[in-house]
Design a protein around this ligand. Structure first.
Ligand SMILES: Cc1cc2nc3c(=O)[nH]c(=O)nc-3n(C[C@H](O)[C@H](O)[C@H](O)COP(=O)(O)OP(=O)(O)OC[C@H]3O[C@@H](n4cnc5c(N)ncnc54)[C@H](O)[C@@H]3O)c2cc1C
Ligand code: FES
Length: 286
């Protein structure tokens, strides 16, 4: 059992938890993740290790309550325990030697996954620009944390309610066209966002790392659920990734595979006309 030491709401749907997991805290590196189950019948859910405190023996997870399994986790409080937490899983992010200037781009809750990457680069003396995109002001998360691990933090909102108005890709292109020379870009967020960032950086030859989020089950390379195609070759995101070269990823295939279980994840009620996520008490109108 893994005790939840602190729990904090970052916005209406995103929760931060520090969880006692001393062995994972000792070994975890940026880019790695855990898989948890809240109970014996629960799904196995992957979440990135957003931070760690080896002295206190804790890891930090930040997650969006999106469906049944993340809602059952969000229902737990400090002092409660999570049944299983396995990790650290996946390959740590690999950065080439000699990087001087990096841009880290996060989209929504993807900022929780981008934050440890920015922190690692910044702690190694790399100059880091962070571009963090959100739909609106109400869902901005981790502003102080990202500020602390960057030379320049640019927040963008789709509706202009906070920071710069527009998409992260427009801001990235503006910075590059203004002459900022990046040795590497790290993009983490919704798949269409990562695809769009990779399309912006490709003509400039900027190496671009993306963190993929395919459906995962065992997290150890056995089930094949997390299969992705990178550079025409089959890779398993749980053991070969989750970070890959964004210019080589087949994003369209990833989007198709991620949509495979949408029917099962949502139950559409013919009586009321509402759509319900599996195991999720909240309903939303069609
Ligand atoms: C390596 C990795 C790291 C991740 N890190 C984070 C993180 O730090 N914070 C965060 O909020 N989310 C993260 N995710 C996504 C998170 O795992 C899903 O949001 C979660 O599984 C949703 O489960 P649910 O039952 O609440 O929702 P459901 O209603 O079951 O599913 C909602 C959506 O979540 C995705 N999903 C569902 N089950 C899985 C699964 N077993 N594996 C992967 N995706 C799934 C699908 O896209 C699905 O459409 C990560 C995913 C991966 C693969
Ligand atoms: S999750 Fe099963 S092979 Fe990756």
């Amino acid at each position: 059992m893994f005790e939840i030491v602190t729990k904090r709401k970052l916005n209406d749907s995103v929760v931060l938890m520090e969880v006692k997991a001393p062995l994972i805290a000792k070994k975890a590196q940026a880019g790695q993740f855990i898989i948890y189950r809240t109970d014996e019948r629960g799904e196995r859910v992957p979440l990135t290790i957003a931070d760690k405190n080896p002295e206190a023996g804790t890891i930090t997870i930040i997650f969006q309550t999106i469906g049944g399994s993340t809602k059952s986790l969000a229902a737990l409080n400090a002092g409660d325990s999570i049944l299983d937490v396995s990790g650290p899983l996946g390959m740590p992010t690999h950065f080439e030697e000699g990087i001087k200037k990096a841009v880290v781009i996060g989209g929504g809750v993807g900022c929780a996954i981008a934050y440890p990457q920015a922190k690692k680069l910044f702690s190694e003396g790399v100059s880091v620009d962070v571009i963090a995109g959100f739909r609106n002001k109400d869902i901005v998360i981790l502003e102080d944390e990202m500020q602390a691990v960057s030379d320049r933090l640019i927040i963008a909102t789709d509706d202009g309610s906070y920071g710069k108005k527009g998409f992260v890709t427009n801001i990235l292109k503006e910075l590059i066209d203004a002459g900022t020379q990046y040795d590497v870009a790290v993009a983490i967020g919704p798949v269409p966002m990562m695809k769009a960032v990779a399309a912006v950086t490709k003509p400039y030859g900027i190496k671009t790392i993306v963190s993929l989020n395919p459906i995962m089950i065992d997290g150890t390379g056995m089930c094949g659920g997390c299969r992705v195609t990178v550079g025409g070759k089959i890779k398993y995101a749980c053991v070969d990734g989750p970070d890959f070269d964004g210019h080589a990823v087949d994003f369209d295939e990833l989007m198709r595979r991620n949509a495979s279980y949408r029917g099962e994840e949502q139950h559409s009620c013919r009586l009321t006309g509402t759509v319900r996520s599996r195991g999720n008490a909240n309903t939303e109108e069609k």
